[in-house]
Design a protein around this ligand. Structure first.
Ligand SMILES: O=C(O)CCC(=O)C(=O)O
Ligand SMILES: [Fe+2]
Length: 188
């Protein structure tokens, strides 16, 4: 395992603890759900674009995983949708970006929100990024994940139905790749 991945896993574990506590749960709660034990590392290469107004680096989407940890080189272009406005997420020397995925929003019953993001094409480049996606490993591929029961009450009913990550990904491939949001399809 590369040194980079080892550090990214350490960061993921720390973020899981912080999110568990932020949700008012025991700090090991997310860890014990075993929902982020597999990872996929994806590299992106965005060449310099002579006509950036006529192109898009990566179109708007949210990630169909639990958590993404992203590194980017010194070329900007990443944006996150916040209150209907696109906000730049400029690269910062030595910094990684954590992106909440759809599945984490689903189990947090909307207490955590997955981030809609995109990458603009740029005249300068190339832009390089590495995304590490976290999701359940093969031992848990048939395990159904739904809103965490300890977060639910009469006032906070489950907003989503349970799903396996495999089913969610299948749905994302059928819908998300055509620009449609996947998460609303799992709302009760
Ligand atoms: O290239 C980037 O900075 C983001 C890539 C991305 O959003 C993804 O791989 O899901
Ligand atoms: Fe993404």
């Amino acid at each position: 395992m590369s040194e980079y991945v080892r550090y990214v896993i350490e960061l993921k574990d720390a973020i899981c603890k912080l999110f568990s506590e932020a949700l008012g749960l025991d700090s090991n709660y997310l860890q014990q759900m075993q929902c982020m034990e597999a990872r996929k590392l994806v590299g992106h290469y965005y060449p310099a674009c002579p006509q950036p107004n006529m192109a898009m680096g990566t179109p708007k989407h949210s990630d169909p995983y639990f958590l993404t940890i992203l590194s980017q080189n010194n070329i900007d272009g990443l944006q996150v949708l916040h209150q209907n406005h696109w906000i730049d997420v400029p690269p910062a020397e030595g910094a990684l970006t954590a992106i909440i995925g759809d599945m984490l929003q689903l189990i947090a019953n909307d207490s955590l929100k997955s981030a809609e993001h995109r990458v603009l094409a740029r005249r300068n480049g190339p832009r390089l990024s590495t995304a590490c996606f976290f999701y359940p490993n093969s031992r848990n591929k048939d395990r159904a994940y739904g809103p965490i029961k300890d977060l639910l009450s009469d006032n906070d009913p489950a907003l989503y139905r349970e799903t396996t990550h495999v089913e969610y990904l299948k749905c994302f491939k059928a819908n998300g790749n055509c620009g449609l949001d996947t998460l609303p399809l799992f709302r009760k």
